[in-house]
Design a binder for this molecule. Structure first.
Ligand code: TXD
Length: 311
């Protein structure tokens, strides 16, 4: 059987790191795309040449032509501008909505049956933009944010308790931004709720750090954005889909009646498999958690309205 094919649109920091994760784990052959001539071709060749040392056989190629993405199983969209220090994710809406709209049209033309993983910020609005432009069934359009936000929360919990990150599970819902909703009630260390292991003020501090996780890194780097952890998150989603693992992961997924969202893409736990989003898992939320979730959804609605003008 031929390898699965994953195209990555945008060969910048996140696109390249994602290509590396996917190739080095032999998850699929990779096609890197960018508007900049030579960039994806050169980076792809460089990555391909690491194969003999790393021990992967996946093919990696770069292109400026969407025809080369034809019949991709998964397309990852990272094209667009990243934040600079002092910018919020929302400041990117106009520029990135135009870019993502154009990218989505090209992707849909050559891979009409693909599953799309959107990464570009402001995430929840860009997922909506891609779904609207492609008109793909909603279960085949998914945003990456929750896996990353949860990984940050998991990292901070593990460091605080000095335990293995592998034992820590965490759940983060809502939009990908300051209004995200980390759920300590559903976050555990080997099955033990963190609320039994840490005092509330420490949990609150870790939640705040998770909310500002991207900003913390951007302020340190100054001239770039985050890439390693986002790439790992995309690779986990892609592998889960291609291997039909049916993992429960927090992703930006379409919610109609679910959680009373009413037709937007927001971060919720979903069952991911070969068909994309196979089920949205509805957690029981307390009144307070529901209120935070609703506020986050309101914020997403505002961003979607802003993005619509550019589609
Ligand atoms: O959790 C998440 N979802 C995120 C999102 C985590 C990290 C980064 N996140 C967002 O991903 C970030 O805010 C940006 O909106 C995107 C991409 O971030 P990255 O750091 O990779 O940006 P770069 O390094 O500037 O790369 C963007 C590339 C660059 O090579 C451009 O030439 C290319 O996108 N680009 C395009 N490619 C194809 N087609 C078009 N139209 C295009 N426009 C720009």
């Amino acid at each position: 059987m031929p390898n699965a094919k994953i195209s990555i649109i945008g060969s910048g920091a996140v696109g390249l790191a994602t290509a590396q994760r996917i190739a080095s784990k032999d998850i699929a052959d990779v096609v890197l795309v960018d508007v900049v001539e030579g960039l994806p071709q050169g980076k792809a060749l460089d990555l391909l040449e690491s194969g003999p040392i790393e021990g992967f056989n996946a093919n990696v190629r770069g292109t400026n032509n969407y025809e080369d993405t034809k019949n991709s199983d998964i397309v990852v969209i990272t094209a667009g501008l990243p934040r600079k220090p002092g910018m919020s994710r929302d400041d990117l809406v106009a520029t990135n909505a135009r870019i993502v709209g154009e990218v989505a049209q090209n992707v849909a033309k050559f891979s009409p049956n693909s599953i799309l993983i959107v990464v570009t910020n402001p995430l929840d609005a860009m997922v909506y933009a891609v779904a609207k432009t492609t008109n793909f069934p909603k279960h085949r359009v998914i945003g990456m944010a929750g896996v990353l936000d949860s990984a940050r929360f998991r990292t901070f919990i593990a460091k605080e308790l000095d335990v293995s990150v592998e034992d820590v599970q965490a759940m983060v819902l809502g939009g990908h931004g300051d209004s995200m909703v980390p759920l300590p009630r559903y976050s555990t260390v080997s099955g033990v709720p963190v609320e039994e292991l840490l005092p509330q003020d420490r949990i609150n501090a870790l939640i705040e750090r998770t909310r500002k996780g991207g900003e913390e890194i951007i302020n340190l780097i100054k001239t770039g954005s985050t890439s390693f952890a986002p790439a790992s998150a995309v690779a986990e989603m892609a592998e889960t889909i291609l291997k039909d693992k049916k993992k429960i992961l927090p992703c930006a997924a379409y919610c109609g009646k679910e959680y009373g969202v009413g037709g937007y893409f927001v971060g919720v736990p979903v069952k991911l498999g070969r068909n994309g989003v196979e089920k949205v898992i509805e957690l029981k939320l307390t009144d307070e958690e529901m209120e935070m979730f609703r506020k986050s959804v309101e914020h997403v609605k505002g961003l979607v309205a802003a993005a619509e003008k550019f589609l």
